[in-house]
Ligand binder design. Structure first.
Ligand code: IVH
Length: 676
């Protein structure tokens, strides 16, 4: 090869590395596998070694990471931007509606009316208007805090800058999706993997003039904070949006009944390819705002809405290798490294094989030709093997019985509830003792839902762990910045940014703190329940450390499995050491109760029997919303026993004996200034 050809090849590879880095650090997205990325880097380094005339300031030999193009100002959303739960089929959808019926204590032939809206696969944004003027636009960010991308959003023609209608609220956050139409994407498709990435990249341009060059669109569908908006339903809101000059989706519908939702889903899925922007499913929202309010939320998503995804795309590929990944909880997950294929616009080179049983059931082997499926944001997986294509000398895949990272024994837990052995094999090491588990635990610790340390992405965690700069979570708060400054790719500015991001997160809520510890079976929802119950970090440490946690079973949602897991976590010496050290550097903020002075302040309640027209779950949430507390046994601490139809006699008698007030549904609702 001629010198200039080699140079060209070399520069092309560096450009690719830069692009992948940019996706990784700016957009939190891996568009190739770690293995492929390392391979590409190695190729560049080898070329440099071979031809000493090859030099470039962006080479991985000079540069470890990537400095994001611009640090946009972070601003808190006045109301969080939530996400949606997913369903993939009719059964899941029926279950979603059943939960709504149960929560609202509704019975057939009642019907729920849904606002049915195509789910655009773009980037959501929240636009703040004051006195009709577009003042500020934020990206979703982590849902609580977004980036100020006002100037870039101003370049979008679909976004009205001034609204003069009399019925436009004094203040409102209009929310919707920024996206790029397929025909416009065609012209820039060499630069981005898909239209969604193109929209995201364009929105985060440093210079809004560059954003203006890419024709972005905006479709509005909901609102956040608002002052003086008087409407009763989503469909009414969508009509208003149109009258105020926003673009709304032409396929929005009002539909009742799951069978009609499914028919509409089928219909739109057929039309999908004819629509000039990508939609990856349909969003169903309970249309009536009163019902939405009653239904409320679970952690990050509303109970009153769901996304019904379109069926997956699939392709055929070859299994080149099967790697065993070790996850945060020690789970050994087999991953098929497949020959890269384009599935629905995304290049896929990894597919999960789930677990050992799945490999055995499908008899998946290295070298097999397989069908790989990819649905929405779900990790691609192997559907089936084409046995006709299998080579005669192919060998059965033997799953390792020792942890590939630390060599410890692996086991399959026995599940007390199902009375079966788990399908997942786990490393028996206790956590930080296994290198791979440890790295995953640190990634979890700094992740968005936990400490949310800006600019501390997965690659950096891996790098710092490799270099032994970080072994345990507390090391993050005592980093040797002088040493980091000397690492390739780091400089004064990037180090000072990192230090700032870390220092900023030394104050943390109890709920996030508990979640960040990565205790098995304690996800976001359970961490929230524990924090709410325990209220202060002192309490958390005291109770858990001394094993006095059996009363946590009284928390709705916390069971034996969670208690066992917490006990196990606190019986580990390294975990205790981590907690001790974290206590020294962090300020853990106690739980502040939202509505402290509601009508049921300082009052405790217990329910027995069936209530009329309201479910248990809604009754409990109503009590809590009004500052009351639910307790689970009749004792001295109980103020009111609420009785419905067929109450438990023993509870009523006990309450009578203890002189506890016994109220029926009507009397209870009167306490809330409500009548049934
Ligand atoms: S409503 C609580 N409506 O889907 C309501 N979202 O997974 C949350 N999206 O972040 C949003 N089309 O980016 C809503 N018609 C639509 C939507 C939509 C697309 C996106 C949005 C959101 C994500 C939720």
């Amino acid at each position: 090869m001629k010198q200039n050809e080699i140079k060209k090849k070399y520069l092309k590879k560096i450009k690719l590395i830069q692009k992948y880095n940019q996706f990784y650090y700016d957009k939190n997205k891996s568009i190739i596998t770690d293995h492929e990325f390392d391979f590409l880097k190695r190729e560049v380094l080898e070329l440099e070694k071979k031809y000493n005339y090859l030099k470039n300031k962006n080479s991985p030999s000079k540069n470890v990471g990537y400095i994001p193009s611009k640090n946009f100002k972070k601003i808190k959303h006045k109301k969080p931007m939530l996400s949606l739960g997913n369903v993939f089929n009719e059964a899941d959808l029926l279950n979603f509606e059943k939960k709504i019926f149960n929560f609202l204590s509704l019975k057939k032939p009642n019907e729920i009316e849904y606002s049915v809206e195509p789910k655009i696969d773009g980037i959501s944004a929240s636009l703040f208007y004051k006195n009709g003027k577009f003042i500020q636009g934020l990206s979703r960010g982590d849902g609580k805090e977004g980036e100020d991308i006002t100037e870039n959003l101003k370049t979008i023609k679909d976004i009205p800058k001034n609204i003069v209608n009399k019925d436009f609220p004094l203040e409102i956050d209009i929310r919707g999706e920024v996206f790029i139409q397929n025909k416009d994407f065609d012209e820039i498709k060499d630069k981005f993997a898909n239209p969604r990435n193109a929209a995201s990249g364009s929105l985060r341009q440093k210079d809004s003039k560059s954003t203006g060059k890419i024709p972005l669109k905006f479709i509005a569908y909901t609102f956040g904070y608002t002052k003086e908006l008087n409407i009763n339903s989503q469909s009414e809101f969508l009509k208003k949006l149109k009258s105020w000059g926003f673009r709304v989706n032409q396929f929005n519908r009002l539909i009742k009944g799951v069978n009609n939702l499914v028919a509409n889903h089928k219909d739109l899925e057929m039309k999908r390819n004819k629509i000039d922007f990508n939609i990856d499913g349909i969003v169903y929202k309970v249309n009536n705002f009163d019902l939405q309010k009653r239904l409320g939320f679970v952690t990050n998503a509303p109970r009153w809405a769901i996304a019904h995804k379109f069926s997956a795309n699939s392709s055929i590929s070859k299994i080149m290798n099967i790697e065993i990944q070790v996850g945060r909880t020690g789970a050994l997950t087999p991953v098929a490294k497949i020959k890269p294929v384009n599935i629905g616009g995304v290049i896929v080179s990894n597919a999960t094989l789930h677990n050992e049983d799945e490999i055995n059931r499908k008899d998946i082997r290295i070298g097999d030709i397989v069908i790989v499926e990819r649905a929405g944001d779900v990790i691609p997986h192997v559907i089936s093997v084409d046995l006709k294509e299998r080579k005669r000398d192919s060998k059965k895949f033997i799953f390792p019985i020792n942890c590939p990272s630390c060599g410890s024994k692996t086991i399959k837990d026995y599940n007390e509830t199902t009375k079966k052995q788990d399908a997942i094999r786990r490393c028996t090491s206790e956590g930080y003792e296994c290198e791979k588990i440890s790295v995953e635990k640190i990634k979890h610790f700094v992740s968005r839902e936990a400490f949310n340390i800006d600019g501390f992405g997965k690659k950096i965690v891996e790098n710092f762990c490799n270099l032994k700069l970080v072994k345990l979570p507390q090391d993050i708060f005592r980093l040797d910045y002088e040493k980091i400054k000397k690492l390739e790719g780091w400089g004064d500015l990037s180090v000072s940014n990192l230090k700032h991001s870390i220092d900023e997160k030394k104050i943390i809520s109890l709920e996030r703190f508990i979640y960040s510890l990565g205790i098995r079976h304690i996800g976001q929802e359970n961490a929230k329940l524990l924090a709410k119950h325990l209220k202060s970090s002192d309490n958390f440490f005291k109770q858990c450390q001394n094993g006095q946690i059996n009363d946590l079973v009284n928390i709705d949602g916390i069971g034996e499995t969670q208690i066992k897991s917490i006990k196990k976590f606190f019986s580990n010496k390294t975990n205790l050491e981590v907690l001790d050290e974290l206590k020294k550097v962090l300020k853990i903020v106690n739980v502040i109760q939202n509505n402290k002075n509601g009508l049921l302040k300082n009052k405790t309640f217990m329910l027995t029997g069936k209530l009329n027209g309201i479910s248990r779950a809604e009754a409990k949430s109503l009590i809590e919303k009004n500052s009351g507390k639910i307790i689970s046994n009749v004792g001295k601490k109980l103020d009111y026993l609420i009785i419905g139809e067929k109450p438990t006699t023993k509870k009523v008698n006990n309450a009578k004996e203890l002189n506890i007030k016994i109220v029926n549904q009507e009397q209870w609702l009167k306490l809330l200034n409500k009548t049934s």
